[in-house]
Design a protein around this ligand. Structure first.
Ligand SMILES: [Zn+2]
Length: 215
């Protein structure tokens, strides 16, 4: 492990706890969404929640290691694939969305990404397909943006089942000073230097989305 790399076991503990927290918010309904932490950058490696599991009931074995394309890598120290596995429990694998996590951290330098199918983000993206213009709101400070002054634009991209198309759209619309984007009909991505920071950004984005769609 190179200097600065994050230990997979420590990242797994953090991701399991965070997924349970978000599930408690009702933000990871029906196994949706995924969270990731950067473990190393040269080459890029991320720990990411596996596809399919109830995000309120994850265990360390539900956190997988992926590369810069979101492809599954063998987890160090995992041992033989069959060791300790329940025959009724399929091997954990990453969501296709892990590829977008990898592209976002490569483009922004972020250390963690959260992807959530929150109702407010879907509603806001549907109502503002060209992006949200936000100003005069104290909550913008949670995104590192001024509460007053010029408006902050929260990008909205169209959804796609093709992760290359979705990734290209995301990178083409990134606002350098805004650590989040919305995907129409889908949800939100937020990122930060670590998982705690990404959580703060996701909470702020969801709050702002609720604000512009309520009433
Ligand atoms: Zn999704």
């Amino acid at each position: 492990m190179a200097d600065g790399d994050v230990d997979l076991a420590a990242a797994a503990r953090e991701l399991v706890a965070e997924a349970a927290r978000f599930a408690g918010f009702g933000w990871m309904r029906a196994t949706s969404g995924n969270l990731s932490v950067v473990l190393g950058r040269h080459p890029l490696r991320l720990a990411v929640t596996a596809s399919g599991g109830d995000k309120g009931e994850l265990a360390a074995g539900d956190i997988v290691l992926v590369d810069s394309a979101g492809r599954l890598l063998p987890s160090p120290g995992a041992g033989p694939a069959t060791a300790g596995e329940s025959p009724s429990r399929p091997a954990a694998r990453p969501s296709a969305e892990a590829a977008l996590h990898a592209r976002l951290v490569a483009a922004t330098g972020a250390g963690a990404v959260v992807h959530l199918h929150t109702l407010a983000s879907v509603r806001a993206a549907g109502r503002h397909p060209g992006g949200l213009e936000l100003a005069g709101l104290e909550m913008l400070k949670a995104l590192g943006r001024p509460a007053d002054g010029p408006a902050t634009r929260l990008p909205v991209i169209q959804n796609s089942q093709d992760m290359a198309v979705l990734g290209d759209a995301a990178l083409a619309t990134l606002e350098p000073a805004v650590p989040a984007l919305l995907v129409a009909g889908h949800g939100l991505y937020a990122w930060g230097e670590d998982l705690r920071s990404a959580r703060r950004h996701a909470e702020a984005v969801d709050w702002l989305c609720a604000l512009v769609t309520d009433g």
